[in-house]
Design a protein around this ligand. Structure first.
Ligand code: BDR
Ligand code: CA
Length: 314
C-alpha cells in the first residue's frame, strides 16, 4: 500500500478525502495534519478528530498553522457552515480526544526523514504547514516521494475570477511549495469540477452500511445545498475536490496528466493566488520551460465517484 500523510482543513470534501484514505485498500494513512483554511485551526482540527474517531480510527491528528505565512487569515465558513462542517440533521458524534502534542510541520519532517522516498503527502487545504516544514528543512523536498495537492486551476478560479481557494488562502506558501523541487501532482478546479456528487450518491450513502451512514448523508446534503445556493448547480451536483487527490494515489490509472510549468501569482491586483499554468504547445518554447508540476487534466469521474461512495459505506 501507499503510505501517506493527509494535510487538510475539513471541510466537507476534506471529510470525504479522509474517509477515502482510511477505507481504500491500496492506501495506508499514517497521520492527518490540520491547517487553518475552510475554518480556523481549532475547528478544522476538531472536525478531523471527530471524523476519524467516529469511524473508530486512531490515526493521529497533528494541528499545524493557525495563520497564513504573510496574508491576513481568510475562511470559507460561508460555504462549509459555522463549524466548518455543518449538517442538515444529525452531526458526527463529538469526541473528547485532542490532537497529538507534536505539531504538523514537526511530524511531517520526522516522518519523512524516517522513511525517505516512501511517503506521499496529500494536501487538500492551504499549503502553510508544508511551506513551514520546507523552510525549516529544505531537504524535505528530497525525502518526500511526492506531493499530490488539490488546489489551483488551469482555467477559472472559484474564490476570485483567477484564484482557487486553497492557493488564494496562502499564495506565498503555495509558491514556496511549487518552487521547492518536490515532485508535484496537481488536482485543479478544471479537473475536480468533472467529479460531481449528486443526490443519488448521497442517498446511496444514507442506505449504506456505515455505522454513521445517516450523519454522513446529512453532512453531504449540507454540501449539496450550499453548492446549489452559491452556484445554482443543484442538478449537476457538487464538485468533490479533495477526494480527487486521494483517489489519484489509490488509482493513478484513472487520471491523465500533463507536465507543465506552474507558477503562483503573489503580486497581482486581480490575480493574487492564481496558478499560471503554461500549457502552450508551441515546440519553440519548450526549451525555456521547466515543467515542475504534473497537472491532472482528465479523469474517469464515474470511477472516482464510485470509489468515494463505497468508502462512505454506500
Ligand atoms: C477547496 O477549497 C475548500 O473549500 C475545499 O475543501 C477544497 O479543498 C476547493 O477550492
Ligand atoms: Ca479542503
Amino acid at each position: 500500500p501507499e503510505r501517506l500523510i493527509l494535510d487538510c482543513d475539513p471541510g466537507h470534501d476534506d471529510m470525504a478525502a479522509i474517509l477515502l484514505a482510511l477505507r481504500h485498500p491500496r492506501l495506508r494513512p499514517e497521520a492527518v495534519t490540520t491547517v487553518a483554511g475552510n475554518a480556523p485551526l481549532e475547528k478544522t482540527t476538531r472536525n478531523a478528530l471527530r471524523i476519524l474517531r467516529a469511524v473508530g480510527s486512531d490515526v493521529p491528528v497533528h494541528a499545524g498553522a493557525a495563520r497564513p505565512l504573510v496574508r491576513d487569515p481568510v475562511d470559507a465558513l460561508s460555504f462549509h457552515g459555522e463549524s466548518g462542517l455543518d449538517t442538515v440533521g444529525e452531526g458526527l458524534p463529538s469526541t473528547e480526544t485532542g490532537p497529538d502534542p507534536e505539531g504538523a510541520a514537526e511530524t511531517l519532517l520526522r516522518r519523512a526523514s524516517g522513511a525517505p522516498g516512501e511517503l506521499t503527502l496529500v494536501v487538500t487545504g492551504p499549503m502553510t504547514n508544508v511551506a513551514l516544514a520546507l523552510r525549516l528543512r529544505p531537504g524535505l523536498a528530497q525525502q518526500l516521494k511526492r506531493i499530490v495537492f488539490m488546489g489551483g486551476s488551469a482555467g477559472p478560479g472559484n474564490v476570485t475570477a483567477a484564484a482557487e481557494f486553497n492557493i488564494w488562502a496562502d499564495a506565498e506558501a503555495a509558491r514556496i511549495v511549487l518552487e521547492s523541487g518536490v515532485p508535484l501532482v496537481m488536482m485543479g478546479l478544471h479537473l475536480t469540477h468533472q467529479v460531481r456528487l449528486t443526490r443519488r450518491h448521497v442517498e446511496r450513502v444514507r442506505r449504506g452500511r456505515s455505522p454513521i451512514a445517516g450523519a454522513l448523508a446529512d453532512l453531504l446534503s449540507f454540501y449539496l445545498q450550499t453548492t446549489a445556493r452559491h452556484f445554482g448547480e443543484e442538478e449537476i451536483g457538487a464538485p468533490l475536490h479533495d477526494p480527487c487527490a486521494v483517489a489519484f494515489v489509490a488509482a493513478p490509472e484513472l487520471f491523465e496528466l500533463e507536465p507543465m510549468e506552474v507558477r503562483v501569482e503573489t503580486r497581482g491586483e486581480q490575480t493574487y493566488g492564481m496558478t499560471v499554468c503554461d500549457g502552450r504547445r508551441m515546440p519553440a518554447d519548450r526549451e525555456s520551460r521547466r515543467p515542475n508540476v504534473q497537472v491532472a487534466m482528465r479523469v474517469d469521474a464515474e470511477a472516482v465517484l464510485e470509489m468515494v461512495v463505497r468508502a462512505l459505506g454506500g
